[in-house]
Write a protein that binds this ligand. Structure first.
Ligand code: DGL
Length: 263
C-alpha cells in the first residue's frame, strides 16, 4: 500500500478545481495537492500520445510529492490515458468521464446533449461508454472549442465567451434536449452563464460529486481516510501563472497555498 499522505489531483489547467471543491467538501481532513498543467492547456486538441505523455508527467510529479491516490480531474486525460496510467503506476487512480448514464436514465425527451473537448468526444472510452447507455436515445455531441482557453485566461464573463456559449447552446436547443452533460471539468465554472441562455427545464449535470464519492469510497476501503487531521494542507501548483487559479479559489475559506511550479 502506498504510504503517501495526500490526494494528488491533476488537470490540464484550472478546470479540475471544480473537482477539488467536491473532494474537499466530502473529505475536509485530507491533505490535497493540485497540479494545473496550464502551460500545456488545452489538452483537448492534442494527439493521444501527447495526452498520455503529459498525464504520465503529471502523475510522476504527484507521486514525488507523496500522493497516496491520484485523481485525474480531466475528462480528456482520463478518456485517453487512464488505462496507460493504471498499467504504469502501482497506485489507485480515479478518473472522470462525462455523466452520460444519469442523463440517459432520466431523459424524458429521449435527447441529451454533451459538451466536451474534441479529445474526449473522439476517444474510444467515451464512444464505448456512451453507446452502452444511450440505446434509443439521441446523444448530441458538441465540441466546446475555445472554452478552455478563455477559462484559463480568466475570461469567464467575456463577450467572446458569451458568443461561443450561445453558438453551442443553439445547436443543442435545436435538438430538443432536456439534459446537458458537462463533459469537461472546466465547464462547471460556466454554469451561471449557461443558466442565462438555456431554458430552466434543461438540467445541467457534471461528474464532480460522483468522483468525490468514488474517491472517498476508495480511500476508505484502503483504510487511508483522514478523519481527524487538525491541520490539513491544500497546495495548488500552476506551471504557467497563478492568477486564474487564485480567482477561482477566491471564495475558499481554507488556508490554501497557491504557487508557481515548473513541472
Ligand atoms: N478539464 C479538461 C477536461 O476535463 C480540459 C481539457 C483541455 O485542456 O482541453 O477535459
Amino acid at each position: 500500500m502506498n504510504k503517501g499522505n495526500n490526494i494528488g489531483i491533476f488537470d490540464s489547467g484550472v478546470g479540475g478545481l471544480s473537482i477539488w471543491k467536491e473532494i474537499h467538501q466530502l473529505m475536509p481532513y485530507e491533505n490535497t495537492i493540485y497540479l494545473a498543467d496550464s502551460l500545456n492547456a488545452p489538452y483537448g486538441n492534442k494527439s493521444i500520445d501527447e495526452i498520455i505523455s503529459l498525464s504520465i508527467k503529471n502523475t510522476e510529479t504527484l507521486l514525488k510529492m507523496g500522493s497516496k491516490l491520484i485523481v485525474v480531474a480531466c475528462n480528456t486525460a482520463t478518456t485517453n490515458a487512464i488505462s496507460t496510467l493504471r498499467e504504469k503506476f502501482n497506485i489507485p487512480i480515479i478518473g472522470i468521464e462525462p455523466a452520460i448514464k444519469p442523463a440517459a436514465l432520466n431523459t424524458q425527451s429521449k435527447s441529451i446533449g454533451v459538451l466536451a473537448t474534441k479529445g474526449t468526444l473522439s476517444s474510444q472510452l467515451f464512444s464505448s461508454t456512451s453507446k452502452e447507455f444511450t440505446e434509443g436515445i439521441q446523444l448530441i455531441e458538441v465540441i466546446g472549442e475555445g472554452l478552455v482557453r478563455l477559462i484559463e485566461e480568466g475570461k469567464l464573463n467575456s463577450p467572446e465567451m458569451n458568443t461561443l456559449l450561445k453558438k453551442y447552446v443553439d445547436i443543442l436547443l435545436n435538438e430538443n434536449i432536456d439534459y446537458l452533460v458537462l463533459g469537461c471539468t472546466h465547464y462547471p465554472f460556466l454554469i451561471p452563464q449557461l443558466k442565462k441562455i438555456i431554458p430552466p427545464y434543461i438540467k445541467i449535470i457534471d461528474s464532480g460529486v460522483a468522483i468525490a464519492k468514488q474517491t472517498y469510497a476508495l480511500i476508505e476501503k484502503n483504510k487511508q481516510l483522514n478523519t481527524s487531521n487538525k491541520n490539513p494542507s491544500f497546495q495548488f501548483y500552476n506551471n504557467k501563472n497563478t492568477e486564474t487559479m487564485a480567482m477561482l479559489l477566491e471564495a475558499s475559506k481554507e488556508k490554501i497555498e497557491i504557487n508557481y511550479l515548473s513541472f
